[in-house]
Write a protein that binds this ligand. Structure first.
Ligand code: ADP
Ligand code: MG
Length: 363
């Protein structure tokens, strides 16, 4: 029997197409460490995110391709790892810009307050960390920080190294919030320029080190903080959170228009408090169903998911134990995990320059 060659494995894997990036694994340079030992074949597939929802599908496609094209192969071992991709233009200055070592920056925004932006930002950040990604979260809601509460860190203070702050780490996420630094009454009277400078310091004077994803929990609306952020950071994109009511959807359209004007790509829409989960498993769409999805389709924005109105989600926020930690097996936690995967997928697609129009980001 002829020996299996590395060339045969490579040629077989040229038939496996990464569904999102629409190219084969070999030309995408995603296959490493091919080892052949008699009839045993092993190799590693390097995905573009550990949160890849297509992980199993790609793995099975690899096994099938080898079985089909390399008949002599008996044991096929596919190891899956990930290196998160980036298009951060600051990466070149990584040594003197703390954001240079952050691969992707994501603003979590909404048109209206109270739609669950902080809840979504918190659970998405923890969900991404649970997949193995390195994650940070900046509480950019200077006037109404909720990250200390949602992470159960109300009386914590970050350490300082010289003049730089060390983010507090919880549930695998590195966190910074004005709530860790000054009491709420102080920040409330700050004027616009002070707020902007506080936010800038969160980016320049914090030791972020290497991060795959840095999320920003924004205040509602289209004000100074949104503008400061889009000018200070080359944002990978924005996630817009809405609720299904018409008023919320009308405001979200304004937020989308603002990001478009600022040349920040929209990574997707999350609809929160979409329905009430009935005890028999049914869904009651109190405010009408499908509004967020329709709006996303109309504006050609990816729809990342809908979250039910849920007491456990609220309790998770109030008690500082997000639902993805508190009850990982719950439907709500699984929905957040899926939404996080879809977000990571959209980022990988953007970074590969596939499908979506490449947007130039002004710094
Ligand atoms: N899916 C949900 N089900 C139930 N309560 C929720 C849900 N999402 C958010 N909440 C609650 O609604 C309130 C506002 O949410 P929050 O995340 O602070 O909104 P925002 O940051 O948009 O102002 C909080 O008390 C939060 O716990
Ligand atoms: Mg909030």
């Amino acid at each position: 029997m002829a020996n299996i060659t590395e060339r045969q494995i490579i040629d077989a894997l040229r038939n496996v197409i990464e569904p999102d990036l629409q190219r084969d694994l070999i030309s995408l340079n995603m296959v490493k460490d091919i080892k052949i030992n008699g009839a045993d074949v092993a190799f590693t597939v390097v995905l573009t995110t550990p949160a890849c929802p297509l992980k199993d599908l790609i793995k099975n496609a690899c096994v099938n391709a080898i079985k089909h094209f390399v008949k002599e192969a008996k044991n096929i071992e596919v190891n899956m790892t990930a290196t998160v991709t980036t298009t951060n233009p600051l990466a070149a200055q990584a040594s003197n810009n703390p954001l240079g070592r952050v691969k992707n920056t994501i603003a979590v925004a909404s048109g209206k307050g109270g739609v669950g932006k902080s809840t979504v930002a918190t659970n998405l950040a923890v969900a991404l960390a649970k997949t193995g990604a390195k994650v940070g979260l900046i509480d950019a809601d200077i006037y109404g920080p909720s990250i200390p509460t949602m992470f159960g860190l109300k009386n914590e203070k970050p350490d300082m190294i010289g003049k730089t702050l060390v983010p507090i780490e919880k549930y695998g996420v590195k966190l910074i919030s004005i709530g860790f630094l000054v009491d709420q009454k102080t920040a409330v009277v700050w004027r616009g320029p002070m707020v902007s400078s506080a936010l800038r310091q969160f980016m320049t004077d914090v030791v972020w080190n290497d991060l795959d994803y840095l999320l920003f929990d924004l205040p509602p609306g289209t004000g100074d903080i949104q503008l400061t952020l889009s000018q200070a950071v080359p944002l990978t994109g924005a996630v817009v959170v809405t609720t299904p009511q018409d008023v919320a959807l009308a405001d979200v359209i304004k937020a989308v228009a603002m990001f478009e004007q600022l040349k920040v790509p929209i990574l997707g829409v999350v609809e929160n408090m979409s329905y009430y989960q009935l005890p028999d498993g049914g869904k009651e769409y109190i405010f009408g169903d499908g509004g967020g999805a329709r709006m996303a389709a109309e504006y050609k924005i990816p729809f990342l998911g809908e979250m039910p109105l849920s007491k456990d989600v609220r309790l998770g926020g109030d008690e500082g134990v997000p639902i993805v930690i508190r009850n990982p097996e719950s439907v709500q936690a699984k929905l957040f995990m899926e939404t996080a995967e879809k977000l990571a997928q959209q980022i990988a697609i953007r970074n590969a320059g596939v499908g979506a129009q490449k947007v130039e980001i002004e710094i």
